[in-house]
Design a protein around this ligand. Structure first.
Ligand SMILES: [Zn+2]
Length: 112
């Protein structure tokens, strides 16, 4: 089942493949850019991404320790908009430095 969705300026294109009764694999690719705030100077900047997105999804709660990265869709509907949005929010919640601060990396380390 092909999927295509976008959030802000990022597009997710991929396929959903059923794998057993309760599991679905998302084999996707995200391209585009989104706004980030630099964690150092606070400046807003655009980050371009071109990333593969491979996820396991399940409609039952898994208690397997191997499946910590599994995404549950307990109502039986896979909300790809939500998946893309949460991937971007995850990227946003990491430490991100704008290009200028990245290039200042050496100086930054000296401060500590
Ligand atoms: Zn910065």
């Amino acid at each position: 089942m092909p999927i295509e969705t976008s959030f802000e300026s990022v597009t997710l294109i991929g396929t959903l493949k059923k794998s057993g009764y309760h599991k679905v694999f998302l084999d996707g690719h995200m391209t585009g850019s989104f706004e980030l705030n630099c964690d150092r100077c606070g400046k807003t900047y655009d980050l371009s991404i071109d990333n593969a997105l491979n996820l396991k999804l399940s409609d039952i709660i898994s208690d397997s320790k191997d499946d910590l990265d599994i995404i549950e869709f307990l109502n039986g509907e896979i909300d790809v908009d939500y998946i893309l949005e949460s991937e971007i929010n995850t990227l946003r919640s990491e430490y991100n430095y704008c290009e200028k601060c990245n290039n200042d990396g050496v100086e930054f380390e000296v401060e500590y």
